[in-house]
Design a protein around this ligand. Structure first.
Ligand SMILES: CC(C)(COP(=O)(O)OP(=O)(O)OC[C@H]1O[C@@H](n2cnc3c(N)ncnc32)[C@H](O)[C@@H]1OP(=O)(O)O)[C@@H](O)C(=O)NCCC(=O)NCCS
Length: 193
């Protein structure tokens, strides 16, 4: 059944252009994942806050390496983009930022993030989300970026607001966490914003 609208992002265009490295400022950047990040990822997933909000743990460095391989492959498959937030000079892992669940027809995707405990409280996360959203809604060709967090996660809500994601409402009982169902607060940035 032919569509009456062309896709917002032509199929194959993002895969062909390759995953960009983006400046964040303040000594940080967003870069594609490296297999050598596996140990730092496994360590990050030992943090109770990351386990709490991302609802998984890594049992070994090998398992984290497998995640990184999937994160690296998803750009070429045009399903998701995953970046490491890293020190610009040092390469040290500061956190993770993802643009998940691409819908090329609607030009939409979902933003997700965590920061390692030592890198929190420095304002890097909202700057990195802003840099990624600016790229995605500009050169990347996306039209709408959604961002949602549990209503119990106030730090994440602040990141969303600071990065310019307007509040759109609460999806009741929308996500299962280890302690039960959570209401999810939805934010979004739309190209026309
Ligand atoms: C959410 C997270 C990425 C934020 O990163 P961060 O480096 O702390 O971000 P910032 O330093 O910019 O701080 C964000 C804001 O949250 C506030 N904040 C931090 N912890 C808070 C808390 N427990 N309750 C309320 N506000 C909090 C900070 O004061 C800051 O607000 P301000 O700039 O108005 O002062 C980080 O806390 C994290 O990785 N948490 C665990 C994983 C997670 O929650 N991921 C998101 C899932 S949706």
């Amino acid at each position: 059944m032919p569509s009456l609208v062309p896709p917002a992002i032509p199929v194959g265009s993002l895969a062909a252009s390759g995953q960009p490295t983006l400046a964040v400022g303040g000594g940080a950047l967003l870069r594609p994942w490296l297999l050598s990040d596996a140990e730092a990822v496994a360590e990050a997933f030992r943090d109770p806050e990351i386990q709490r909000w991302h609802v998984r743990r890594a049992d070994s460095v090998d398992e984290a390496r497998g995640w990184i391989q999937r994160w690296q492959g998803s750009w070429g498959e045009e399903t998701d983009g995953h970046w490491a937030v890293a020190g610009a000079g040092t390469g040290t892992l500061l956190g993770r930022l993802s643009l998940k669940a691409w819908n090329l027809t609607d030009g939409s995707a979902e933003v997700a993030y965590w920061m390692v405990p030592a890198a929190r409280g420095s304002g890097v996360c909202p700057r990195a989300v802003t840099a990624l959203a600016d790229w995605a809604l500009g050169e990347g060709g996306f039209h709408r970026l959604a961002l949602e967090h549990s209503t119990a996660n106030q730090a994440s809500c602040r990141v969303a607001v600071k990065a310019g994601f307007e509040e759109e409402g609460v999806r009741r009982g929308a996500a299962l966490h280890a302690d039960g169902w959570h209401d999810m607060h939805l934010h979004a940035r739309v190209g026309r914003d």
